[in-house]
Ligand binder design. Structure first.
Ligand code: 5AD
Ligand code: SF4
Length: 459
């Protein structure tokens, strides 16, 4: 067997693409290895979302060039492949800056990896074709699914037509595209048959999903998830990442009606000031977002919300930033990601004059992160004393411990001799640490109390 080392940066879709490339390569006689040393093929699956992510790639490539030279001295030829969004956005630049790279392949072209690897010389393939790559991807081997654990990502939608002024995604991943529902369902059935219980449907703008249904009609995400929930073995469903404008009533209703749909929603708002939201081309105001959250909470009162934030978008004043803080404090997100604005070549915001000074940007990020952390801790501490179902996913930190996730996507550790990975266990949360919750298996009284609380909530 030849050896391939795959390193993915960036979002969950890159993790998914990395696995699919591993599946393709497994049919070409490659097995995965955890380190680049000794690999015949090294594949960097890259992210272009912020400048820092891009710089990481070039640093990494410098190290890989040295490794390639060293392995060559020992008689081993190493191929270096750059895939993902940096490949798409700056293929020629990669070839110019790092001659050790053999192949550059974009996110819509990796189904052609076998032919591309067979070519000699330095190759670039960054087509954004209309026909979809998914139809060409081989099924993963069941052993590979098992090795990846009981949670899996499934891409259902790719690309974006929203054109937020800061974002490269419409350029790197192309126009919005939804996979046909039948194709998604076959993939989920295959995962479930190999033991996957928990699926996250992913897309750059996943709630804009509008795939062809088996009945020929256009299906939205809510309809797709209803069918995913019917796949035997699937116990938990999530989806990410969503745009507020595409949060339709049917999708909100699914949070009330579909038991397998977990009470967690990542719904980025980016900023709190209407002026900045308009400059970002977000197509919603702060209050529209607040009203949307109210509606979602009416459908599912205990839902855990999460968001992304950008500080220092061009023109952001102190007052604008205060609007972001206000929104964060009003909504009380269970968790959030926050970033300094990074100008991206080719995006409309990169040409804006009023760039925010680095010091102000830094100060705002620290303040925002302090508020985000405050709300995250508050959300976690509010779990103490509650009984929740935990899906056990891996061994814990200490012997006798197993770790899993709560419905709200929190990491939970429990002591148990009687359970195994894959079990769903009712757990009383006893303590909230800084990154995990700790609990014990629920007894009959805990379950009775939980039933009562659920009934009160419904009333
Ligand atoms: N600068 C900083 N953050 C960005 N994001 C997207 N583009 C940029 C950029 N140019 C953030 C957004 C998005 C998340 C995935 O990355 O918050 O939701
Ligand atoms: Fe990064 Fe966006 Fe590409 Fe994901 S889709 S890897 S977040 S640039």
């Amino acid at each position: 067997m030849k050896k391939v080392h795959i390193k993915s940066f960036g979002c969950q879709m890159n993790v998914y693409d990395g696995q699919r490339m591993a599946d393709i390569l497994s049919h070409q006689g490659y097995e995965e290895t955890a380190t680049p040393e000794g690999a015949d093929l090294i594949l960097l699956n890259t992210c272009h979302i912020r400048d820092r992510a891009v710089q990481k790639v070039y640093t990494e490539l410098g190290k890989l060039r040295d490794l390639k030279i060293e392995q060559k001295a020992n008689g081993q030829y190493t191929k270096i492949v750059v895939a993902g969004c940096v490949a798409q956005a700056e293929g020629a630049e990669i070839q110019r800056r790092q001659p050790a790279v053999d192949l550059v392949v974009g996110p819509q072209a990796y189904h052609r990896l076998p032919e591309l690897l067979a070519q000699t010389g330095r190759v670039v393939d960054t087509d954004l074709p209309i026909d979809d790559k998914f139809g060409y991807l081989p099924a993963p081997k069941p052993a590979a699914i098992v090795a990846r654990g009981i949670s899996a990502f499934v891409t259902v939608q790719e690309g974006c037509d929203k054109f937020c002024a800061f974002c490269v995604v419409p350029y790197t991943r192309g126009a919005e595209f939804s996979r046909p529902a039948a194709q998604v369902l076959v993939e989920v059935e295959r995962l479930a048959a190999a033991g996957v219980q928990d699926v996250t449907l992913i897309g750059q703008n996943v709630n804009a999903y509008h795939g062809e249904g088996p009945d020929g009609a256009v299906w939205g995400l809510a309809r797709l998830m209803q069918r995913v929930a019917e796949v035997p073995g699937i116990t938990r469903i999530r989806y990410t990442t969503s745009h507020p404008r595409d949060m339709g009533d049917d999708l909100i209703a699914a949070h009330r009606d579909l038991p397998q749909l977990m009470p967690f929603l990542h719904l980025p708002v980016q900023a709190g000031s209407d002026r900045i939201l308009a400059a970002m081309n977000r197509k919603h105001t702060g209050d529209e977002y607040r009203r949307l959250i109210d509606k979602i909470r009416q459908a599912r009162p205990d839902i855990a919300l999460s968001s992304d934030f950008i500080v220092g978008f061009p023109g952001e004043s102190d007052d604008d930033f205060e609007d972001t803080i206000k929104l964060v404090d009003e909504i009380g997100f269970a968790s959030s990601y926050s970033f300094k604005y990074s100008p991206r070549p080719g995006t409309p915001a990169a040409d804006l004059r009023a760039q925010v000074p680095a010091a102000a940007m830094h100060e705002r990020l620290l303040r925002l992160q302090e508020r985000i952390e405050h709300h995250r801790q508050a959300f976690n501490h509010a779990m103490v004393g509650r009984t929740v179902e935990i899906l056990l996913e891996r061994v814990g930190r200490h012997p006798g411990q197993l770790a899993g996730k709560s419905p709200y996507l929190q990491a939970v550790q429990i002591e148990t001799q009687a359970n195994q990975i894959g079990d769903r266990v009712q757990v009383v949360i006893e303590r909230a640490g800084s990154n995990s919750l700790f609990g014990r298996k629920a007894g009959p009284e805990d379950l009775a109390a939980k039933d009562l609380a659920t009934k009160e909530l419904a009333a």
